[in-house]
Design a protein around this ligand. Structure first.
Ligand SMILES: NC(=O)c1ccc[n+]([C@@H]2O[C@H](COP(=O)([O-])OP(=O)(O)OC[C@H]3O[C@@H](n4cnc5c(N)ncnc54)[C@H](OP(=O)(O)O)[C@@H]3O)[C@@H](O)[C@H]2O)c1
Length: 318
């Protein structure tokens, strides 16, 4: 442990950081050690990481001093913020700034910041296609992360652009659901555009590949996906993977989706509309090839469906 390079991992009990911790811990001769950061070391996911060999450290993105202590002596830091805990672009920016300031204070050698693109660059300010949200954002969880990029200026930084987690089926209930006709229907405002998606576990594994590759990724932006598929294509794959009679795409317009009323419906309506109307830019900013180079075990959608069958099937029936 003492001679290993420590990677301090934010979001260690979550999808992205958890994948990174598991990748570090699975590679015992890789030369890296995992420092898993959580607000609550007594939670099961933190205890599980500790039992697998991680050093578990308590810190909070809202408390910069706690982050400075958590990053002290680390070689690298993985930063992810969780918009969906508070739904506020301003808070997400403040948390990212705390992480960047703490990484600077700890003089770490490599920071990976899990950011997203500024969707406002894709459509002019007066464009009426979709509403502005929180006064100044189109897709707050994208645009706020992009605004936060500036806080990391001057750090040895790799920006990581993840894509839509296929795990959102069971994490957010964002997949096909039982329909009245007895089959399954997936309601989305995606038209015929391809959705860049990924198995969430693979994001952290790619981040580990970036830390291992080191200097050559500093100053770069790495956009990753497992595969880009249309919703029709995904429905067909789900149907055939699980031997179901019918999984159909129920295409709706973004305005209708924004009006569904669940928390974040307006935000997700805008996000899917960006994916639909700017498919070339969004898919073009992400590469499965680059991701596979960094993580040879990167999963295709079929492999994801096989690996997470129970979770996906149960989310479709709930
Ligand atoms: N879902 C998608 O398709 C998708 C795609 C691209 C990007 N993203 C982005 O991914 C981010 C979420 O990452 P995730 O999915 O890996 O998270 P997640 O699985 O929802 O878990 C959230 C993690 O954030 C940590 N956390 C939250 N608030 C914290 C705080 N104040 N201080 C320290 N740690 C804190 C939690 O740690 P503790 O609770 O243990 O403290 C937990 O480990 C979001 O901002 C989202 O925009 C999502």
């Amino acid at each position: 442990m003492a001679d290993k390079k420590i990677i301090a991992v934010l979001g260690a009990t979550g999808a992205q950081g958890g994948g990174l911790c598991r990748a570090i811990l699975a590679d015992s001769s890789g030369g890296f050690a995992c420092r898993a950061i959580t607000r609550d070391p007594s939670k099961d996911k933190a205890k599980a990481l500790a039992s697998q060999g991680a050093e578990v450290v308590k810190a909070d993105l809202d408390d910069v001093e706690s982050l400075k202590k958590a990053f002290a002596g680390a070689h690298g830091v993985f930063v992810v913020t969780n918009f969906w805990e508070h739904f506020s672009g301003e808070k997400e920016k403040a948390q990212a700034k705390n992480a960047a300031d703490a990484a600077r204070a700890a003089a770490v050698k490599h920071v990976i910041w899990s950011t997203l693109e500024d969707t406002r660059k894709l459509l002019p300010p007066g464009d009426q296609r979709m509403p502005m949200l929180q006064e100044k954002y189109r897709v707050p969880h994208f645009d706020a992360k992009a605004e936060a990029d500036e806080y990391f200026a001057g750090l040895p930084l790799t920006k990581l652009l993840a894509s839509f987690y296929w795990d959102n089926f069971y994490m957010f209930g964002l997949g096909p659901k039982k329909a009245e006709d007895g089959g399954y229907a997936w309601t989305l405002p995606m038209g015929n555009a391809k959705l860049a998606g990924i198995d969430a576990d693979d994001i952290g594994a790619v981040a580990y590949g970036i830390f291992k590759a080191g200097d050559q990724y500093i100053g770069k932006t790495v956009g990753i996906m497992g595969e880009a598929l249309t919703i029709e294509e995904m429905c067909r794959k789900i149907q055939s993977a699980y031997g179901l009679d019918s999984v159909r795409y129920n295409a709706v317009e973004p305005d209708a989706y924004r009006g569904f009323g669940f928390p974040g419906a307006d935000e997700l309506g805008n996000m899917f509309q960006i994916y639909r109307d700017f498919e070339k830019q969004v898919v073009g900013a992400r590469s499965a090839e680059e991701a596979r180079k960094l993580h040879p075990g990167l999963k295709s959608f079929d492999q994801f469906l096989a690996a997470k069958k129970d979770a996906v099937l149960s989310s479709m029936s709930s």
